[in-house]
Design a protein around this ligand. Structure first.
Ligand code: GLA
Length: 384
C-alpha cells in the first residue's frame, strides 16, 4: 500500500510543516533459495508492495526522534551516545536482551545509527514519523524493511551515497550486533536492492545480483498461516551451526562450495538440503517456464520439510492445499520457517479463485483464518 499520504499527514500534524523527505523500504518474499544465504549460497527473493515509510526533516543537532504510528510512541536518542557503544548493544550488555522485550522496535533505528557510524559515516540528526504495513513476525522481513528505511533516511539528511549492498551489510550488522539476531544477508539485500516487476538472484558470497523477471502470466501469492513460533531463533542458530560443521567435514569454506555431484547417500540431510537448494535456485533463475519454476518450488518445500526440518504442520497443510488448487504451478514455505508464510506461483487468470479457495480450505482444516494476498514486486529502498 502507498503509506506516503499517511506519514505526510501525520508529520504535518506533529511538526506543523511538510516533511523534507519521504522514504520507503519494502519487506520481501523469497521465491526460492531458503537457508542458503548464510552458507554463501544463492537466493531469489522479491521486494513486495508492503513497506516501512518514514516522513522526516533534518535537525540541527545530533538527536534522532522517530514517532511510530503503529506503536504510538517515539524512539529518541543522540548519535554520539549510540556511537560510543562498543561492539553493539547486544554484545556489550547482557541486560540488553531484557530491555529489548520492552521497546524492541526503538532499538532498530539506534542499531542502524550505530552501524553507520561504525563504518565511518558522519551522520546528522533528524525527526520524523514512521508507518509500516509489513506484518510483524510473519517472515516477510519487517525488521529488514525498518532497518533499510532508517538507513535511507540517514542517507538523505547526511548526504551519504546510496550503495545498496553496503547499506544492506550495515543493516545486517545492526541486526546481528545491536538487535542480537544472527540473520544472513538476504532480507537486507533485497530490501535495499529490489527492482519493480522482478525477483533478484543474489549471490550471497559476492553480493552480485541479477534481475529475474517472473514467468509471464503468473502472480506471486503470499499465504500467511498465522502461526508464529517462539523458538525460531534457537532453531535457526542450531541449523547454522550444523551447516558450518558439515562444511568443515567437506573441507570447504561454506556449503556453497559443494556441488550436487558430490552428494552421497551418506551425506547428512542438512547439507543435502543446502546443496540441492542452491542448485534449484540457479535453475529457477534461468527458466522462464512456470511449470519448471513451480516444480522447483515444490522440491524446495519438500527438502525444507524432510531434510532441513524447518516447516510446521500449518505450513505443510497450506502448501498441500495450494498445490491442489487449480492454476497453481508450485508452493513452498518462505523465510526462516517454523511458522509464518508460504508462497505460491499462480496463473494470473486463476488468482482470485485460488486465493479464495485456499483461504477457505485452510480455515476448514486448521480453524485459523489465513491472510492470503497477491504481491507485486517493487523497488528496494527509495526516496519517494
Ligand atoms: C531469515 C533470515 C535470512 C535467511 C532466511 C532463511 O529470513 O533473516 O537471512 O537465512 O531466514 O532463508
Amino acid at each position: 500500500m502507498n503509506l506516503a499520504p499517511r506519514v505526510r499527514d501525520a508529520f504535518q500534524q506533529k511538526f506543523g510543516t511538510a516533511p523534507t523527505f519521504i522514504v520507503r523500504a519494502p519487506g520481501r518474499v523469497n521465491l526460492i533459495g531458503e537457508h542458503t544465504d548464510y552458507n554463501d549460497g544463492f537466493v531469489l527473493p522479491m521486494a513486495i508492495d508492503r513497506a516501512t515509510w518514514i516522513a522526516l526533516r533534518p535537525r540541527k543537532d545530533d538527536r534522532v526522534s522517530l514517532f511510530s504510528l503503529e506503536h504510538g510512541e517515539a524512539a529518541e536518542f543522540d548519535l554520539a551516545t549510540v556511537a560510543a557503544v562498543r561492539n553493539g548493544g547486544a554484545a556489550a550488555d547482557r541486560a540488553y536482551q531484557a530491555r529489548l522485550q520492552g521497546n524492541k522496535w526503538g532499538e532498530y533505528p539506534k542499531g542502524v545509527a550505530w552501524a553507520l557510524q561504525q563504518a565511518g559515516h558522519k551522520l546528522r540528526g533528524w525527526e520524523g514519523v514512521t508507518a509500516c504495513d509489513v506484518p510483524m513476525g510473519a517472515g516477510l522481513s519487517s525488521s529488514a524493511s525498518f532497518e533499510l528505511a532508517v538507513a535511507r533516511a540517514f542517507a538523505c539528511v547526511s548526504d551519504l551515497k546510496w550503495d545498496p549492498a553496503q547499506m544492506a551489510k550495515l543493516g545486517q550488522l545492526a541486526e546481528n550486533r545491536w538487535v542480537g539476531v544472527n540473520c544472513g544477508i538476504m532480507d537486507q539485500m533485497i530490501s535495499a536492492a529490489g527492482k519493480a516487476d522482478h525477483a533478484l538472484l543474489i549471490d550471497c558470497r559476492s553480493l552480485a545480483t541479477q534481475l529475474v523477471p517472473l514467468p509471464t502470466g503468473t502472480v506471486v501469492v503470499v499465504l500467511d498461516t498465522m502461526t508464529r513460533r517462539g523458538l525460531v531463533e534457537s532453531a535457526y542458530n542450531e541449523r547454522r551451526a550444523q551447516c558450518e560443521a558439515a562444511a568443515k567435514e567437506f573441507g570447504v569454506k561454506a556449503l556453497r562450495d559443494v556441488s550436487v555431484k558430490e552428494l552421497t547417500p551418506q551425506t547428512n540431510k542438512r547439507a543435502r538440503h543446502v546443496v540441492t537448494e542452491n542448485d534449484r535456485t540457479l535453475r529457477a533463475a534461468e527458466t522462464r517456464d512456470p511449470v519448471l519454476f513451480g516444480a522447483l518450488m515444490n522440491a524446495s518445500h519438500d527438502s525444507l520439510r524432510d531434510d532441513f526440518e524447518v516447516t510446521n504442520k500449518e505450513l505443510n497443510v497450506i502448501v498441500d492445499l495450494a498445490r491442489k488448487a487449480s492454476g497453481c504451478f508450485g508452493a513452498r514455505m518462505t523465510g526462516a520457517g517454523f511458522g509464518g508464510c508460504a508462497v505460491a506461483l499462480v496463473a494470473a487468470s486463476e488468482a482470485d479463485r485460488f486465493t479464495a479457495q485456499v483461504a477457505r480450505e485452510y480455515e476448514a482444516a486448521t480453524k485459523l483464518k489465513p491472510q492470503v494476498y497477491v504481491c507485486r514486486a517493487t523497488n528496494g529502498a527509495e526516496v519517494v
